[in-house]
Design a protein around this ligand. Structure first.
Ligand code: B16
Ligand code: MG
Length: 215
């Protein structure tokens, strides 16, 4: 293994509560029912696809402009919430594991669907922890398509088969497998059968026997 590619939301930081608040306000503004169960379906899914999931409960038809306005409204609310983030929002455990992996000589990258990746990393002072960032701004197809992870490997100058992906979303594990990478599931993805390895805490990443055959 030469490199580790980390998903952002649900792995390094936990911004799902902010996504929820922002989508809830936006859904309320057009009278569409939205709750935390529906919010769980938005994990790892792009902004545009998230809106389509929310609009499953909308009776009328919205134009492309109306949808773009709703996404902008949601993102403005979300960015205000992200603006409250600070370095303490990343655990010492996460920082310590990233430092240890780097000391061991591994390259580190982010592979996220979010277009707010750099903003978030700067707020929590982790921008410098990664050698490359592949995110929602450099892809045309979102997870489960492998594009975001293949671009991350390419930015790092590594072959896909030499990369390990750490993901919390089922769509993210599918994307990493489609890219030919080794997968580590955490959170929701810890119980997903396509995860080659599962971890219950971030620190367990250092205990995985990555050089043995996966289960
Ligand atoms: P944005 P990840 C994903 O981040 C989130 O899990 C998902 O809920 C969100 O819709 C998506 O980013 C797009 O985010 O609106 O900021 O571009 O898990 O891929 O790091
Ligand atoms: Mg995620």
């Amino acid at each position: 293994m030469k490199a580790f590619i980390f998903d952002l939301d649900g792995v390094i930081v936990f911004t799902d509560k902010f996504h929820y608040q922002a989508w809830k306000t936006t859904a309320d503004s057009i009278g569409v029912y939205f709750d935390e169960t529906i919010n769980n379906r938005l994990r790892g899914v792009s902004r545009a696809e998230s809106l389509e999931i929310i609009l499953e409960r909308h009776t009328g038809i919205l134009s492309a402009d109306e949808k773009a306005n709703l996404m902008e409204e949601k993102n403005n609310i979300y960015r205000k919430l992200l603006d409250t983030m600070k370095p303490a929002d990343v655990s010492d455990e996460v920082r310590s594991v990233l430092n240890k992996l780097r000391q061991m000589g591994f390259k580190l990258a982010i592979g996220s669907s979010s277009k707010n990746t750099v903003f978030i990393l700067e707020k929590v002072q982790l921008r410098g922890a990664f050698d490359a960032i592949s995110d929602g701004n450099n892809i045309t197809r979102s997870k489960p398509d492998p594009e975001v992870f293949l671009k991350a490997a390419s930015f790092l100058g590594e072959k896909p088969q030499d990369c390990v992906v750490i993901e919390d979303a089922v769509a993210g594990i599918d994307a990493a497998k489609a890219a030919g990478m080794i997968t580590v599931g955490i959170g929701d993805a810890a119980s997903y059968k396509k995860s080659d390895y599962t971890i219950r805490s971030f620190a367990e990443l250092l205990d995985i026997e990555l050089f043995k055959e996966p289960k």
